[in-house]
Design a protein around this ligand. Structure first.
Ligand code: ATP
Ligand code: MG
Length: 465
């Protein structure tokens, strides 16, 4: 009987033909985070369930409805629904907060939430996120918002609006909660069951409810900005000033409360209307109480997370550029065992130079091999057979132009290939009117062979003096 196992609902496969899109985003977020002084952190995929209960919050959708939890022996574990809780746990457990502050870390990771799958909403999705711990200044808020904005700009995304809000500190929040309770109590009967229980425990969560009825009731609810204490209000004013200084446009949206409980003061979202209802590509804010809540010292902190799938959906929609995937640089078509062995040796050497070299590993005939070379878009091909081996010379064919050059199959083969390769690059730059497209010419790592590139070829050059 044929087995018919499909991937679980709400998960996605990324195939080799699409992986360059992911690599584009990952490269740009990494580089930008590093430019801003952030170091990469890697944390476990699952944590003790308690960690999320205590940080994300027991009245949030994430904890109430969306967590994947397993009971293993006596302990409850949960697949991380987000990255902040685990990251702060790791910073505490490894003593990072005893080192020079602010500590700045970023991550690229998968998250798991049991949601209804739809465009832009998956059960396993990926986030790029970061956390900065040790600054209470609104200047830090502006810094992380500016980092997010830099990434969106470098990805060449357009029409993404930045919304900011302040949800105050526990002090202003207490007064606000009272006002919300008074407001929602009048229409208690109409609220969904979850919101009804939120009314007592955490009425601000009602504003984040996805039910249209609750959303409609919440339309005229009191606004947090009218309840901010002097310190929180001052913080928000200063942030706005810094954003103006940085030339970052924003809109104030007093309705943003964010889906996680740990936020204080600044919250923000970058939103596009171009990918349907799930348009928040980045969400974040300040969480001054979280570290203490998780058993650490009182260290103010903040961060954000971007949904990588939503970024990619928007990039696709807007036709944003990707780094060009590297294709095969040279394909050896071989006839006979001896030729195959020669191809293996030459390919090995070329790969040390940093080239992508391939030869037939199936045992196909010459015609089929050339067809394959064409299909994989090889830049150069070279046919090796008895004649070529006997003469020690073969024809290297540049596939696009059809131009053939005789090359010796000796110890200079790689060096000669290198210069022919560079000639080809130069020709295509000339054709493009002098425009150098690094991604297209040199592959994803932007590798230009020179004395600094540190790859096999240059090591050899210096070894040889
Ligand atoms: P939403 O309001 O869309 O449910 P959220 O407030 O639950 O988002 P966060 O927990 O702040 O989202 O996560 C940060 C980012 O991660 C979101 O802005 C979004 O880009 C992305 N994200 C969140 N949940 C999903 C999901 N289920 N599938 C894909 N991306 C997601
Ligand atoms: Mg959500």
């Amino acid at each position: 009987m044929a087995i018919n196992i499909k991937r679980p609902n709400g998960t996605e496969d990324v195939l080799p033909k699409d992986v360059h899109k992911w690599l584009t985003v990952e490269k740009i977020v990494r580089e930008t985070a590093e430019n801003f002084g952030f170091g990469e952190i890697r944390i476990p995929t699952f944590e003790n369930t308690d960690l999320f209960m205590r940080s994300v919050g027991e009245t949030t959708d994430v904890v109430q409805k969306e967590m994947y939890t397993v009971m293993a022996k006596e302990t409850k574990f949960t697949l991380r629904p987000e990255g902040t809780a685990g990251t702060i746990r790791a910073m505490l457990q490894n003593g990072l907060l005893n080192e020079a502050l602010p500590q700045r870390v970023f991550y690229i990771l998968s998250c798991f939430r049991h949601e209804r799958p739809q465009a832009g909403r998956l059960r396993e999705f990926h986030q790029f996120g970061l956390e900065m711990a040790g600054s209470a200044s609104p200047c830090a808020d502006a810094e992380v918002i500016s980092l997010a904005k830099t990434i969106l700009d470098r990805l060449e995304l357009k029409n993404i609006e930045l919304y900011i809000n302040s949800i105050g500190c526990p002090e202003c929040r207490a007064k606000y909660h009272e006002a919300l309770r008074a407001y929602f109590s009048d229409r208690k009967e109409e609220l969904c069951e979850t919101c009804l229980s939120r009314l007592e425990k955490n009425p601000m969560r009602i504003l984040d409810c996805k039910s249209p009825i609750c959303g409609d009731i919440a339309k005229d609810a009191p606004l947090i900005l009218d309840y901010l204490c002097e310190e929180c209000s001052d913080h928000f004013e200063k942030l706005k000033g810094y954003l103006d200084t940085l030339g970052i446009e924003y809109k104030i949206n007093p309705k943003i409360v964010r889906g996680l409980d740990y936020y204080t003061k600044t919250v923000f979202e970058f939103v596009t209307t171009e990918i349907g209802a799930q348009g928040t590509v980045c969400g974040g804010g300040r969480y001054d109480g979280l570290i203490e809540q998780l058993g650490g010292q009182k260290v103010p902190a903040l961060g954000f997370a971007m949904g990588i799938e939503r970024l990619l959906l928007t990039m696709e929609k807007q036709g944003c550029p990707y780094l060009t995937p590297k294709t095969c640089d040279i394909y050896f078509a071989t006839m006979g065992e001896e030729a195959l062995i020669k191809a293996m040796a030459l390919a090995k050497e070329l790969r040390e130079y940093g080239y992508r070299a391939e030869y037939d590993v199936v045992g196909r005939g010459l015609k089929a091999q050339m067809k394959y070379a064409n299909k994989i878009g090889a830049s150069f091909t070279i046919v090796l057979g008895d004649n070529e081996l006997a003469e020690g010379v073969a024809k290297l064919k540049e596939m696009e132009s059809g131009k053939e050059t005789a090359v010796k199959l000796d110890e200079k083969f790689c060096v000669n290939f290198d210069s022919l390769y560079i000639d080809k690059v130069m020709d295509s730059i000339e054709e493009a009117g002098g425009e150098l497209d690094l991604g297209a010419q040199f592959g994803l790592d932007g590798h230009v062979h020179d004395e600094h590139c540190n790859c096999g070829c240059c090591k050899e050059d210096t070894d040889n003096g």
